[in-house]
Design a binder for this molecule. Structure first.
Ligand code: NAP
Length: 284
């Protein structure tokens, strides 16, 4: 029973591969660039571009279960191939953005909803993971922290419940390897709501160096987000991200107990994630 992991070089997919290997499961992984994927020995690494389902060749052969990265283009064709190859269960990496208030057009939520619907329409049994903000988003601050000890943060008082990518992967692996997860949708968060400013403080504590937070609002926040997201060329994306940040100021981000319920272990604290990722914030 081969398990195929797509997005296997990503923050989450890499951990899914590691945890499946540790559990002794037969793992196949795909990347658009298998020769540079740097996945552990013992993993059968193949080429596959979700934009172009035909590029998977025979990578789906013998696969019964699938961890699916949420790439919207090509997803319906890929799922047709998966079903025809005999895939019986898809565990989809989706996003909590699907359930964010839809008052402002939310392109991230709509994109993930489209992928969720494609999985639903495929007729293959599914488990949907809807994580909130990844702890790894904090890596966006690493160059500034390394180079100047000062980070410019749009809406520094906005709140998230950052989840360690390994906890998302641990839920995915439970869903892939144990019974009873078909049809379930899991909303996943870290253990604690905190402001973006607090995240930077915890990184500063982890590296033992002060880091200054410059809180951006209004046009300055918009300019920074345009720089960050403008290249995606998605209409309304920056407005949606700004609205989400602004709306969360002064409120606690949702916290669920799903990681503990499914894995039997408490999710990692952001402080521990920061210690684990210290080299990213200190190495030259
Ligand atoms: N960041 C957040 O706070 C957040 C919250 C909720 C949900 N999410 C979801 O999680 C995703 C990010 O996951 P991540 O952090 O694990 O990924 P990541 O580190 O951003 O890596 C992207 C992965 O996607 C793969 N990929 C990209 N385009 C592909 C394509 N056309 N065909 C096949 N594979 C493709 C890449 O594989 P190769 O380059 O090896 O082909 C790589 O493994 C987001 O895109 C979003 O959908 C993120």
């Amino acid at each position: 029973m081969t398990i195929l992991v797509t997005g296997a070089t990503g923050n989450v997919g890499r951990k899914v591969v590691e945890l499946l290997l540790a559990a002794g499961a037969p793992v196949r992984a795909t990347s658009r660039n298998p020769q540079t994927a740097e996945l552990p020995a013992g993993v059968d690494v193949r080429a596959g571009d979700l934009d172009d389902p035909g590029s998977f060749g025979d990578a789906l052969s013998g696969v019964k279960k699938l961890f699916l990265f949420p790439n919207p283009s090509g997803v319906a064709g890929f799922l047709d191939l998966a079903r025809a190859s005999g895939v019986q269960h898809v565990v989809l990496l989706s996003s909590a953005a699907v359930i964010e208030p839809q008052g402002t057009p939310n392109p991230i939520g709509l994109m993930h909803l489209m992928v969720e619907q494609a999985v639903e329409h495929s007729g293959i049994a599914r488990t949907v993971l809807r994580p909130g903000s990844f702890a790894s988003n904090a890596l966006q601050w690493a160059p500034a922290i390394r180079e100047s000890g000062e980070v410019h943060v749009p809406y520094a008082e906005s709140t998230v419940s950052p989840i360690h990518e390994r906890d998302i992967a641990a839920v995915a692996v439970q869903a892939l390897l144990s019974d009873g997860h078909e049809g379930a949708t899991y909303e996943l968060t870290g253990p604690e709501s905190m402001t973006l400013r607090r995240q930077v403080e915890l990184i500063a504590a982890a590296i033992g160096r002060p880091v200054t937070v410059v809180d951006l609002a209004g046009d300055a926040a918009r300019a920074q987000l345009e720089e960050q997201y403008g290249a995606f060329g998605v209409p309304g994306l920056v407005d949606s991200v700004l609205a989400t940040y602004a709306a969360s100021v002064g409120t606690a981000a949702p916290v669920t107990d799903t990681v503990a319920r499914i894995t039997g272990r408490a999710p990692a604290a952001f402080a521990d994630w920061a210690v684990e990722h210290r080299p990213a914030f200190t190495a030259a």
